[in-house]
Design a protein around this ligand. Structure first.
Ligand SMILES: Nc1ncnc2c1ncn2[C@@H]1O[C@H](COP(=O)(O)OP(=O)(O)OP(=O)(O)O)[C@@H](O)[C@H]1O
Ligand SMILES: [Mg+2]
Length: 419
Protein backbone atom coordinates (compact mmCIF):
# COMPACT_ATOMS: atom_id res chain seq x y z
CA UNK A 1 0.00 0.00 0.00
CA UNK A 2 2.72 2.44 0.97
CA UNK A 3 4.36 2.40 -2.43
CA UNK A 4 1.16 3.34 -4.26
CA UNK A 5 1.69 6.77 -5.79
CA UNK A 6 -1.49 7.17 -7.79
CA UNK A 7 -4.88 5.83 -6.85
CA UNK A 8 -7.87 6.50 -9.02
CA UNK A 9 -11.39 5.46 -8.10
CA UNK A 10 -14.42 5.52 -10.38
CA UNK A 11 -13.08 8.40 -12.37
CA UNK A 12 -15.40 9.90 -14.96
CA UNK A 13 -15.32 12.89 -17.24
CA UNK A 14 -18.40 14.15 -18.99
CA UNK A 15 -18.42 16.65 -21.82
CA UNK A 16 -21.46 18.39 -23.16
CA UNK A 17 -21.24 18.42 -26.91
CA UNK A 18 -23.42 20.19 -29.43
CA UNK A 19 -24.54 18.40 -32.53
CA UNK A 20 -23.37 21.27 -34.68
CA UNK A 21 -19.91 21.00 -33.28
CA UNK A 22 -17.53 19.88 -35.98
CA UNK A 23 -14.36 21.30 -34.55
CA UNK A 24 -12.56 18.80 -32.42
CA UNK A 25 -10.24 19.88 -29.67
CA UNK A 26 -6.67 20.49 -30.70
CA UNK A 27 -4.00 17.95 -29.98
CA UNK A 28 -0.36 18.92 -29.94
CA UNK A 29 0.55 16.71 -32.87
CA UNK A 30 -2.27 18.22 -34.97
CA UNK A 31 -1.03 21.70 -34.22
CA UNK A 32 2.44 20.67 -35.26
CA UNK A 33 1.08 18.99 -38.37
CA UNK A 34 -0.71 22.20 -39.22
CA UNK A 35 2.34 24.36 -38.67
CA UNK A 36 3.29 26.51 -35.76
CA UNK A 37 0.63 29.12 -36.35
CA UNK A 38 -1.97 29.12 -33.68
CA UNK A 39 0.33 27.11 -31.48
CA UNK A 40 -0.36 29.16 -28.43
CA UNK A 41 -3.91 30.13 -29.09
CA UNK A 42 -6.42 29.00 -26.51
CA UNK A 43 -8.19 25.78 -27.35
CA UNK A 44 -11.57 25.75 -28.95
CA UNK A 45 -14.21 25.59 -26.34
CA UNK A 46 -16.17 22.38 -26.46
CA UNK A 47 -19.44 24.26 -26.44
CA UNK A 48 -21.73 24.30 -29.39
CA UNK A 49 -23.05 27.47 -30.92
CA UNK A 50 -26.54 26.06 -30.88
CA UNK A 51 -27.19 26.02 -27.20
CA UNK A 52 -30.36 23.96 -27.19
CA UNK A 53 -29.04 21.04 -29.20
CA UNK A 54 -26.56 19.29 -26.96
CA UNK A 55 -25.68 15.88 -25.76
CA UNK A 56 -23.81 14.42 -22.80
CA UNK A 57 -20.71 12.48 -23.63
CA UNK A 58 -18.53 10.50 -21.26
CA UNK A 59 -14.91 10.73 -22.40
CA UNK A 60 -13.95 8.62 -19.35
CA UNK A 61 -16.18 6.34 -17.33
CA UNK A 62 -15.66 4.23 -14.20
CA UNK A 63 -11.89 4.24 -14.37
CA UNK A 64 -10.13 2.77 -11.34
CA UNK A 65 -6.52 1.73 -10.90
CA UNK A 66 -3.48 1.96 -8.69
CA UNK A 67 0.00 2.84 -9.82
CA UNK A 68 3.02 1.96 -7.75
CA UNK A 69 6.21 3.90 -7.36
CA UNK A 70 8.50 3.13 -10.30
CA UNK A 71 5.75 1.79 -12.57
CA UNK A 72 6.19 2.80 -16.19
CA UNK A 73 2.71 2.68 -17.61
CA UNK A 74 2.05 2.87 -21.35
CA UNK A 75 -1.46 3.95 -22.23
CA UNK A 76 -2.65 2.86 -25.63
CA UNK A 77 -5.95 2.96 -27.46
CA UNK A 78 -7.60 4.34 -30.54
CA UNK A 79 -8.16 7.99 -31.34
CA UNK A 80 -10.75 9.37 -28.98
CA UNK A 81 -10.40 6.54 -26.45
CA UNK A 82 -9.84 8.99 -23.60
CA UNK A 83 -6.06 8.75 -23.15
CA UNK A 84 -5.37 12.48 -23.14
CA UNK A 85 -8.41 13.13 -20.99
CA UNK A 86 -7.05 10.75 -18.37
CA UNK A 87 -3.62 12.39 -18.39
CA UNK A 88 -5.15 15.86 -18.19
CA UNK A 89 -7.17 14.88 -15.15
CA UNK A 90 -4.14 13.32 -13.45
CA UNK A 91 -2.17 16.49 -14.19
CA UNK A 92 -4.98 18.57 -12.68
CA UNK A 93 -5.53 20.48 -15.89
CA UNK A 94 -9.11 19.25 -16.17
CA UNK A 95 -11.46 18.48 -13.31
CA UNK A 96 -13.10 15.07 -13.30
CA UNK A 97 -16.89 15.00 -13.33
CA UNK A 98 -16.88 12.18 -10.83
CA UNK A 99 -14.54 9.95 -8.90
CA UNK A 100 -11.45 10.42 -6.78
CA UNK A 101 -7.76 10.76 -7.37
CA UNK A 102 -4.95 10.48 -4.86
CA UNK A 103 -1.48 11.38 -6.01
CA UNK A 104 1.65 11.21 -3.89
CA UNK A 105 4.56 13.20 -5.25
CA UNK A 106 5.46 15.97 -7.63
CA UNK A 107 3.96 15.62 -11.08
CA UNK A 108 5.50 17.07 -14.23
CA UNK A 109 3.51 16.71 -17.38
CA UNK A 110 4.02 17.32 -21.01
CA UNK A 111 0.59 17.40 -22.55
CA UNK A 112 -0.87 19.60 -25.20
CA UNK A 113 0.47 22.98 -26.06
CA UNK A 114 -0.30 25.85 -23.79
CA UNK A 115 -0.18 23.79 -20.64
CA UNK A 116 2.62 24.93 -18.41
CA UNK A 117 4.26 27.51 -20.67
CA UNK A 118 3.35 31.15 -20.76
CA UNK A 119 3.58 32.49 -24.33
CA UNK A 120 4.68 36.01 -23.40
CA UNK A 121 7.49 34.83 -21.14
CA UNK A 122 10.92 33.91 -22.45
CA UNK A 123 12.36 30.41 -22.48
CA UNK A 124 14.44 31.28 -19.42
CA UNK A 125 11.45 32.65 -17.50
CA UNK A 126 9.33 29.66 -18.38
CA UNK A 127 11.94 27.25 -17.04
CA UNK A 128 11.88 29.07 -13.69
CA UNK A 129 8.11 29.33 -13.72
CA UNK A 130 7.71 25.60 -14.30
CA UNK A 131 10.26 24.75 -11.65
CA UNK A 132 8.41 26.95 -9.18
CA UNK A 133 5.11 25.28 -10.07
CA UNK A 134 6.77 21.96 -9.31
CA UNK A 135 7.75 23.28 -5.92
CA UNK A 136 11.48 23.56 -6.57
CA UNK A 137 13.63 26.27 -5.05
CA UNK A 138 15.44 28.80 -7.24
CA UNK A 139 18.76 27.20 -6.39
CA UNK A 140 17.50 23.76 -7.42
CA UNK A 141 16.24 25.09 -10.73
CA UNK A 142 19.52 26.91 -11.35
CA UNK A 143 21.39 23.67 -10.87
CA UNK A 144 19.28 22.00 -13.56
CA UNK A 145 19.12 25.01 -15.85
CA UNK A 146 22.13 24.33 -18.09
CA UNK A 147 21.17 20.72 -18.56
CA UNK A 148 17.67 21.72 -19.67
CA UNK A 149 18.94 24.31 -22.12
CA UNK A 150 21.49 21.93 -23.57
CA UNK A 151 18.93 19.16 -23.95
CA UNK A 152 16.41 21.45 -25.65
CA UNK A 153 19.08 23.05 -27.86
CA UNK A 154 17.60 26.53 -27.42
CA UNK A 155 20.64 28.44 -26.10
CA UNK A 156 20.31 31.21 -28.66
CA UNK A 157 16.64 31.80 -27.97
CA UNK A 158 16.65 31.70 -24.20
CA UNK A 159 15.61 35.32 -23.92
CA UNK A 160 13.00 35.20 -26.67
CA UNK A 161 9.33 34.86 -25.67
CA UNK A 162 8.29 31.29 -26.37
CA UNK A 163 5.44 32.49 -28.59
CA UNK A 164 8.16 33.26 -31.15
CA UNK A 165 9.55 29.72 -31.00
CA UNK A 166 9.13 27.28 -33.85
CA UNK A 167 6.93 24.32 -32.94
CA UNK A 168 10.00 22.08 -32.75
CA UNK A 169 11.81 24.39 -30.33
CA UNK A 170 8.72 24.70 -28.22
CA UNK A 171 8.29 20.96 -27.85
CA UNK A 172 11.98 20.43 -27.17
CA UNK A 173 11.97 22.94 -24.36
CA UNK A 174 8.70 21.64 -22.95
CA UNK A 175 10.03 18.09 -22.86
CA UNK A 176 13.39 19.14 -21.42
CA UNK A 177 11.69 21.03 -18.61
CA UNK A 178 9.27 18.23 -17.75
CA UNK A 179 11.96 15.55 -17.76
CA UNK A 180 14.74 17.43 -15.96
CA UNK A 181 12.96 19.10 -13.09
CA UNK A 182 13.11 15.86 -11.14
CA UNK A 183 9.45 15.11 -10.92
CA UNK A 184 8.47 12.04 -8.96
CA UNK A 185 5.83 11.33 -11.57
CA UNK A 186 6.36 12.13 -15.23
CA UNK A 187 3.31 12.29 -17.49
CA UNK A 188 3.92 12.50 -21.23
CA UNK A 189 1.28 12.58 -23.94
CA UNK A 190 2.52 11.72 -27.41
CA UNK A 191 5.51 14.00 -27.40
CA UNK A 192 7.20 11.48 -29.61
CA UNK A 193 4.70 12.09 -32.38
CA UNK A 194 6.35 15.44 -32.99
CA UNK A 195 9.90 16.57 -33.46
CA UNK A 196 12.53 14.96 -35.61
CA UNK A 197 13.76 11.41 -35.26
CA UNK A 198 16.96 12.47 -33.48
CA UNK A 199 15.06 14.37 -30.84
CA UNK A 200 12.59 11.51 -30.38
CA UNK A 201 15.49 9.18 -29.67
CA UNK A 202 16.86 11.61 -27.14
CA UNK A 203 13.47 11.81 -25.42
CA UNK A 204 13.15 8.05 -25.20
CA UNK A 205 16.66 7.86 -23.77
CA UNK A 206 15.83 10.49 -21.19
CA UNK A 207 12.61 8.75 -20.24
CA UNK A 208 14.47 5.47 -19.83
CA UNK A 209 16.88 7.26 -17.51
CA UNK A 210 14.03 8.74 -15.51
CA UNK A 211 12.48 5.26 -15.29
CA UNK A 212 15.74 3.71 -14.10
CA UNK A 213 15.90 6.26 -11.30
CA UNK A 214 12.76 4.60 -10.00
CA UNK A 215 10.45 7.44 -10.91
CA UNK A 216 6.94 6.78 -12.11
CA UNK A 217 6.04 7.38 -15.74
CA UNK A 218 2.70 7.56 -17.52
CA UNK A 219 3.17 7.62 -21.22
CA UNK A 220 0.67 7.81 -24.07
CA UNK A 221 1.90 6.88 -27.52
CA UNK A 222 0.70 5.40 -30.74
CA UNK A 223 4.21 4.06 -31.26
CA UNK A 224 3.82 0.57 -29.86
CA UNK A 225 7.50 -0.23 -30.25
CA UNK A 226 8.45 2.62 -27.96
CA UNK A 227 5.73 1.73 -25.47
CA UNK A 228 7.08 -1.81 -25.30
CA UNK A 229 10.65 -0.65 -24.79
CA UNK A 230 9.84 1.89 -22.17
CA UNK A 231 6.94 0.55 -20.16
CA UNK A 232 6.56 -2.43 -17.85
CA UNK A 233 2.81 -2.10 -17.64
CA UNK A 234 0.09 -1.12 -20.10
CA UNK A 235 -3.46 0.14 -20.06
CA UNK A 236 -5.65 -0.45 -23.07
CA UNK A 237 -8.27 2.26 -23.14
CA UNK A 238 -11.39 1.91 -25.20
CA UNK A 239 -14.37 4.24 -25.20
CA UNK A 240 -13.37 5.84 -21.95
CA UNK A 241 -12.73 2.71 -19.92
CA UNK A 242 -9.60 0.75 -19.06
CA UNK A 243 -10.30 -2.54 -20.82
CA UNK A 244 -7.01 -4.21 -19.97
CA UNK A 245 -4.37 -3.50 -17.35
CA UNK A 246 -1.51 -5.96 -17.76
CA UNK A 247 2.07 -6.48 -18.89
CA UNK A 248 2.85 -4.24 -21.86
CA UNK A 249 3.31 -7.07 -24.35
CA UNK A 250 -0.12 -8.55 -23.57
CA UNK A 251 -1.80 -5.19 -23.84
CA UNK A 252 -0.12 -4.44 -27.17
CA UNK A 253 -1.12 -7.83 -28.58
CA UNK A 254 -4.71 -7.23 -27.60
CA UNK A 255 -4.71 -3.74 -29.06
CA UNK A 256 -3.33 -5.00 -32.36
CA UNK A 257 -6.04 -7.64 -32.50
CA UNK A 258 -8.74 -5.00 -32.04
CA UNK A 259 -7.16 -2.91 -34.79
CA UNK A 260 -7.30 -5.92 -37.01
CA UNK A 261 -10.95 -6.58 -36.35
CA UNK A 262 -11.91 -2.98 -37.03
CA UNK A 263 -9.99 -3.01 -40.30
CA UNK A 264 -12.75 -5.22 -41.65
CA UNK A 265 -15.35 -2.66 -40.63
CA UNK A 266 -16.79 -0.22 -43.14
CA UNK A 267 -14.31 2.65 -43.09
CA UNK A 268 -16.87 5.42 -43.21
CA UNK A 269 -18.66 4.04 -40.17
CA UNK A 270 -15.56 4.29 -38.05
CA UNK A 271 -15.62 7.14 -35.57
CA UNK A 272 -12.11 6.61 -34.20
CA UNK A 273 -10.50 9.07 -36.57
CA UNK A 274 -8.87 12.45 -36.40
CA UNK A 275 -8.76 15.48 -38.65
CA UNK A 276 -10.90 18.35 -39.74
CA UNK A 277 -13.22 16.26 -41.90
CA UNK A 278 -13.55 18.31 -45.09
CA UNK A 279 -13.06 14.93 -46.72
CA UNK A 280 -12.94 11.38 -45.44
CA UNK A 281 -11.40 8.10 -46.47
CA UNK A 282 -14.19 5.74 -47.58
CA UNK A 283 -12.36 2.62 -48.74
CA UNK A 284 -9.01 1.12 -49.66
CA UNK A 285 -8.56 -1.33 -52.48
CA UNK A 286 -5.37 -3.32 -52.72
CA UNK A 287 -4.53 -5.34 -55.79
CA UNK A 288 -1.74 -6.93 -57.82
CA UNK A 289 -1.16 -8.76 -61.08
CA UNK A 290 -0.56 -7.38 -64.54
CA UNK A 291 -3.93 -5.68 -64.70
CA UNK A 292 -4.45 -5.44 -60.96
CA UNK A 293 -7.17 -8.06 -60.88
CA UNK A 294 -5.80 -10.22 -58.09
CA UNK A 295 -6.10 -9.10 -54.48
CA UNK A 296 -3.37 -11.27 -52.92
CA UNK A 297 -0.09 -9.40 -52.70
CA UNK A 298 3.18 -11.26 -52.86
CA UNK A 299 6.80 -10.34 -52.40
CA UNK A 300 8.50 -8.97 -55.50
CA UNK A 301 5.27 -8.51 -57.44
CA UNK A 302 3.53 -5.24 -58.32
CA UNK A 303 1.19 -3.75 -55.76
CA UNK A 304 -1.47 -1.10 -56.14
CA UNK A 305 -3.14 0.79 -53.31
CA UNK A 306 -6.26 2.81 -54.15
CA UNK A 307 -7.56 5.21 -51.51
CA UNK A 308 -11.15 6.34 -52.10
CA UNK A 309 -12.30 9.62 -50.57
CA UNK A 310 -15.69 11.27 -50.13
CA UNK A 311 -14.74 14.27 -52.28
CA UNK A 312 -11.76 16.09 -53.72
CA UNK A 313 -10.22 19.19 -52.17
CA UNK A 314 -7.43 21.60 -53.07
CA UNK A 315 -3.90 20.39 -52.35
CA UNK A 316 -5.07 16.91 -51.48
CA UNK A 317 -2.38 14.48 -50.45
CA UNK A 318 -2.35 10.99 -49.03
CA UNK A 319 0.15 9.64 -46.53
CA UNK A 320 0.12 6.01 -45.52
CA UNK A 321 2.30 3.84 -43.33
CA UNK A 322 2.61 0.09 -43.23
CA UNK A 323 3.17 -1.47 -39.81
CA UNK A 324 4.31 -4.99 -39.07
CA UNK A 325 2.55 -7.41 -36.75
CA UNK A 326 4.43 -6.02 -33.76
CA UNK A 327 3.17 -2.53 -34.43
CA UNK A 328 6.51 -1.25 -35.74
CA UNK A 329 6.39 1.08 -38.73
CA UNK A 330 7.96 -0.49 -41.81
CA UNK A 331 7.53 2.09 -44.54
CA UNK A 332 5.80 5.39 -45.19
CA UNK A 333 4.49 6.78 -48.50
CA UNK A 334 3.62 10.43 -49.03
CA UNK A 335 2.01 11.73 -52.22
CA UNK A 336 3.04 15.29 -51.38
CA UNK A 337 6.66 14.32 -51.98
CA UNK A 338 6.68 14.33 -55.76
CA UNK A 339 8.61 12.56 -58.45
CA UNK A 340 8.63 13.14 -62.21
CA UNK A 341 7.07 9.73 -62.61
CA UNK A 342 3.88 10.80 -60.81
CA UNK A 343 0.85 11.15 -63.05
CA UNK A 344 -2.25 13.32 -62.79
CA UNK A 345 -5.38 11.71 -64.14
CA UNK A 346 -8.51 13.88 -64.48
CA UNK A 347 -10.68 10.76 -64.90
CA UNK A 348 -9.60 9.00 -61.75
CA UNK A 349 -12.62 10.14 -59.70
CA UNK A 350 -12.48 10.49 -55.93
CA UNK A 351 -9.38 8.41 -55.53
CA UNK A 352 -5.63 8.53 -55.03
CA UNK A 353 -3.54 5.64 -56.29
CA UNK A 354 -0.10 4.46 -55.26
CA UNK A 355 1.63 1.90 -57.49
CA UNK A 356 4.72 -0.16 -56.74
CA UNK A 357 6.47 -2.21 -59.39
CA UNK A 358 8.05 -4.62 -56.93
CA UNK A 359 6.73 -5.02 -53.41
CA UNK A 360 9.78 -5.21 -51.17
CA UNK A 361 8.02 -6.68 -48.14
CA UNK A 362 8.63 -10.11 -46.67
CA UNK A 363 5.65 -12.43 -46.41
CA UNK A 364 3.49 -11.60 -43.42
CA UNK A 365 0.66 -9.47 -42.19
CA UNK A 366 0.79 -5.68 -42.24
CA UNK A 367 -1.54 -2.93 -41.13
CA UNK A 368 -2.08 0.40 -42.85
CA UNK A 369 -2.56 3.78 -41.21
CA UNK A 370 -3.78 6.50 -43.54
CA UNK A 371 -3.77 10.29 -43.28
CA UNK A 372 -5.35 12.67 -45.77
CA UNK A 373 -4.26 16.28 -45.91
CA UNK A 374 -5.94 19.05 -47.88
CA UNK A 375 -6.29 22.81 -47.66
CA UNK A 376 -3.06 22.74 -45.67
CA UNK A 377 -4.55 20.75 -42.79
CA UNK A 378 -5.01 17.20 -41.62
CA UNK A 379 -8.51 16.18 -42.76
CA UNK A 380 -8.73 12.51 -41.89
CA UNK A 381 -6.52 9.98 -40.14
CA UNK A 382 -7.47 6.36 -39.61
CA UNK A 383 -5.38 3.80 -37.80
CA UNK A 384 -5.53 0.22 -38.95
CA UNK A 385 -7.60 1.22 -41.96
CA UNK A 386 -6.77 -2.03 -43.71
CA UNK A 387 -4.85 -5.25 -43.15
CA UNK A 388 -2.56 -6.49 -45.89
CA UNK A 389 -1.35 -10.05 -46.20
CA UNK A 390 1.76 -10.57 -48.27
CA UNK A 391 2.47 -14.05 -49.60
CA UNK A 392 5.78 -15.62 -50.39
CA UNK A 393 7.28 -14.68 -53.75
CA UNK A 394 10.57 -13.83 -55.31
CA UNK A 395 12.40 -10.67 -56.13
CA UNK A 396 13.80 -10.72 -59.68
CA UNK A 397 14.30 -14.45 -59.56
CA UNK A 398 15.64 -14.72 -56.02
CA UNK A 399 13.25 -16.52 -53.68
CA UNK A 400 12.35 -14.48 -50.62
CA UNK A 401 11.79 -16.65 -47.61
CA UNK A 402 9.36 -16.04 -44.80
CA UNK A 403 10.09 -13.69 -41.97
CA UNK A 404 13.38 -14.69 -40.36
CA UNK A 405 13.07 -12.35 -37.42
CA UNK A 406 15.66 -10.05 -38.94
CA UNK A 407 13.61 -7.25 -40.42
CA UNK A 408 10.72 -7.37 -42.83
CA UNK A 409 11.84 -5.74 -46.05
CA UNK A 410 13.76 -7.12 -48.98
CA UNK A 411 15.75 -5.40 -51.69
CA UNK A 412 16.90 -6.38 -55.12
CA UNK A 413 20.58 -7.26 -54.77
CA UNK A 414 23.47 -9.25 -56.17
CA UNK A 415 26.32 -11.17 -54.55
CA UNK A 416 29.91 -11.40 -55.71
CA UNK A 417 31.23 -14.76 -54.57
CA UNK A 418 34.66 -16.40 -54.65
CA UNK A 419 34.97 -19.11 -57.28
N1 LIG B 1 -12.85 19.75 -24.44
C1 LIG B 1 -13.57 18.80 -24.99
N2 LIG B 1 -14.87 18.98 -25.30
C2 LIG B 1 -15.61 18.01 -25.85
N3 LIG B 1 -15.16 16.78 -26.12
C3 LIG B 1 -13.87 16.52 -25.84
C4 LIG B 1 -13.01 17.51 -25.26
N4 LIG B 1 -11.80 16.95 -25.10
C5 LIG B 1 -11.89 15.69 -25.56
N5 LIG B 1 -13.14 15.43 -26.00
C6 LIG B 1 -13.63 14.16 -26.55
O1 LIG B 1 -13.40 13.15 -25.60
C7 LIG B 1 -12.99 11.93 -26.24
C8 LIG B 1 -11.68 11.47 -25.68
O2 LIG B 1 -10.69 12.40 -26.09
P1 LIG B 1 -9.16 12.22 -25.77
O3 LIG B 1 -8.48 13.43 -26.24
O4 LIG B 1 -8.98 11.87 -24.35
O5 LIG B 1 -8.79 10.97 -26.69
P2 LIG B 1 -7.37 10.30 -26.96
O6 LIG B 1 -7.47 8.89 -26.53
O7 LIG B 1 -6.30 11.13 -26.36
O8 LIG B 1 -7.32 10.34 -28.55
P3 LIG B 1 -6.09 10.61 -29.55
O9 LIG B 1 -5.42 9.27 -29.74
O10 LIG B 1 -6.75 11.06 -30.81
O11 LIG B 1 -5.21 11.65 -28.94
C9 LIG B 1 -12.98 12.24 -27.72
O12 LIG B 1 -14.17 11.80 -28.30
C10 LIG B 1 -12.87 13.75 -27.79
O13 LIG B 1 -13.44 14.25 -28.97
MG1 LIG C 1 -4.74 12.27 -27.18
Amino acid sequence: MSDTVIRVENLGKKYIIGHQQQERYTALRDVIANGAKGLLKPFQSGKSKTQNNYEEFWALKDVSFEIKQGDRVGIIGRNGAGKSTLLKILSRITEPTQGRINIKGRVASLLEVGTGFHPELTGRENIFLNGAILGMSKAEIKRKFDEIVAFAEVEKFLDTPVKRYSSGMYVRLAFAVAAHLEPEILIVDEVLAVGDAGFQKKCIGKMEEVGKEGRTILFVSHNLGVVQTLCNRGFFLSQGTVQIDDMTSKVVTHYLATLESSASQNLLERTDRRGKGLLRLTAIKISTGDDYTSTTLSTGHPARFVFYVTNLRPRLSCIFTLYDQYGQPVINFNSAVRSQEDITDPHIGNAIVCELDELGLLPGRYRINVALVSDGELQDAVEGAEIVDVEQGNLRGRPVLGNTGYGNVCMYHRWVLPA
